[in-house]
Design a protein around this ligand. Structure first.
Ligand SMILES: Cc1cc2nc3c(=O)[nH]c(=O)nc-3n(C[C@H](O)[C@H](O)[C@H](O)COP(=O)(O)OP(=O)(O)OC[C@H]3O[C@@H](n4cnc5c(N)ncnc54)[C@H](O)[C@@H]3O)c2cc1C
Length: 435
């Protein structure tokens, strides 16, 4: 729908979904639009930067494509601005014609079993944010004194966590991990990683490429019990069939005596994390009614990510997502103007590309509401002014470019494309060094 007026849109969350949302808007013919993208972190790209594993270099390179959208003349980036802390949803709505929430899923689901709180038992997400150098990774120096770890879950996040735990750390030297992470992994005592799933190989949600990678790691033997792949029934799904083939091949392998091992446990339900003050084992409840205790000192649960509620934005606590219909945020007064895309809308599913089509769908709802959005009374600049009055110090596109340059420079001695700055203060300091 053509209009002479400029639509001003705030996008909250500069992860893949938020950036794809901005791209969908500025690429829309006949739409005059200005997009401001906000993120609580000083850096853009969300889980592409702080979730996707450092050794997945090809995927990480997607940042180059997303950057093009941030560089667009009608797009502005403001990092270090958090919805709920620096400004409210009402303030954004008072400033912009439309607000799109794309702030992802920053929490995780629990298993609800005894012992889950013990020292050494945590969400795989905590390990991920640590090895991805997220500036407020709560764990500080990750304790890798365990010789044996369990990763609970049969999805790609579990595979990533297992692979980073078991992989020769020297292979991570040409990646973006900080020296702090690299040195901690070099000192790690881990020899065995047990991957534990309630269901069988035919139910696992792995993508085959990631699964195969685990069987190709130098110095690692993979163990799969042949009984687990003996009777998997009819399989229609191509990915599942390929995964089962991979497991079948692994189940026939003769161990090479490699120094490190990955051991799969299927149809094994975690029943209790054992130990008194810290993890001393994991009790599995098996399909035949018996139990098995595995000797582990570290337990990482990968039961799925979950959105967090932000004050003033309708949240569906059961689903762990925003309350949304047709990509529009639902409020009792049916006020037009708020939308959602990405994980905070649909939950933690799909690959990065899924957020592209998802954002396009949200964009269509925005465009459908155009007359009502343009008719809204707004006070441009008021939300940023409110944030400034609370002492916020936004990191602009130039600030992010300065961080980018500093990280690329750090990569030089490691023959890496970049080495991440892991610390809040250092990130902000780097952002101020604008040329
Ligand atoms: C460990 C892990 C590994 C993955 N690996 C792959 C992979 O290899 N390949 C692949 O295709 N997909 C992968 N994915 C999936 C992919 O990362 C997601 O599909 C995608 O990142 C979801 O995009 P999003 O923008 O909805 O959320 P996010 O990427 O989480 O982005 C949300 C953004 O919102 C910001 N934010 C949060 N709260 C606020 C707030 N209150 N105010 C302002 N900003 C806020 C966050 O800082 C973040 O930048 C992986 C996911 C995980 C968890």
């Amino acid at each position: 729908m053509a209009s002479d007026k400029t639509l001003r849109v705030a996008v909250v969350g500069a992860g893949p979904a938020g950036v794809y949302m901005a791209a969908a808007l500025v690429d829309q013919p006949d739409l005059t639009v200005e997009v401001d993208i906000f993120d609580r972190l000083p850096t853009p790209f969300g889980l592409l930067r702080y979730g996707v594993a450092p050794d997945h270099l090809k995927m990480k390179a997607l940042g180059i494509t997303l950057q093009r959208t941030l560089d667009h003349d009608n797009v502005r980036f403001f990092g270090n601005l958090e919805l709920g802390r620096d400004f409210t949803a009402a303030e954004l709505l008072g400033d912009y014609n439309a607000v799109v929430y794309s702030y992802g899923a920053a929490s995780d689901k629990r298993l609800g079993i005894p012992g889950e709180e013990l020292l050494g038992s945590m969400a795989a997400r905590e390990f991920v944010v640590w090895y991805c150098d997220e500036p407020d990774a709560s764990v500080g120096d990750f304790d890798l004194t365990a010789t044996s770890a369990a990763v609970i879950g049969l999805g790609n996040v579990a595979l990533d966590a297992a692979r980073i735990l078991i992989r020769d750390p020297e292979e991570l030297s040409p990646t973006d991990v900080s020296d702090r992470v690299l040195n901690a992994l070099r000192a790690s005592a881990i020899k065995d990683v047990h991957i534990v799933g309630r269901r069988g190989p035919q139910h696992a949600k792995f993508t085959t490429k990631e699964l195969r990678e685990l069987g190709e790691l130098a110095g690692v033997d993979v163990y799969v019990d042949p009984a687990a792949v003996a009777d998997v029934g009819e399989i229609d799904d191509k990915v599942v069939a390929r995964n089962v083939e991979v497991f079948r091949e692994w189940s026939t392998r003769t161990p090479t005596g490699a120094p490190r091992r990955v051991i799969f446990h299927f149809f094994a339900t975690p029943a209790e994390v054992l130990g008194t003050d810290r993890v001393a084992g994991l009790r599995l409840s098996l399909a035949d009614g018996t139990t098995e205790d595995i000797d582990v000192q570290l337990v990482l649960r990968s039961a799925g990510y979950r959105g967090v509620a932000v004050d003033g934005v309708p949240f569906d606590d059961e689903a762990g997502t925003l309350t949304v219909a047709d990509h529009r945020v639902v409020r009792p007064d049916a006020q037009v103007g708020e939308y959602a895309c990405g994980w905070i809308k649909r939950g933690p599913t799909g690959v990065i590309g899924t957020n592209r089509s998802d954002a396009k769908e949200t964009m269509q709802s925005v465009v459908a509401d155009l007359p009502a959005l343009l008719a809204r009374e707004t006070a441009p600049g008021s939300a940023l002014a409110a944030a400034a009055s609370r002492g916020a110090e936004p990191v602009t596109l130039e600030g992010w470019a300065a961080i980018d340059r500093a990280e690329i420079e750090r990569g030089g001695p490691r023959q890496s494309a970049r080495v991440k700055i892991a610390n809040w203060d250092e990130l902000l300091e780097a952002s101020r060094a604008q040329s």
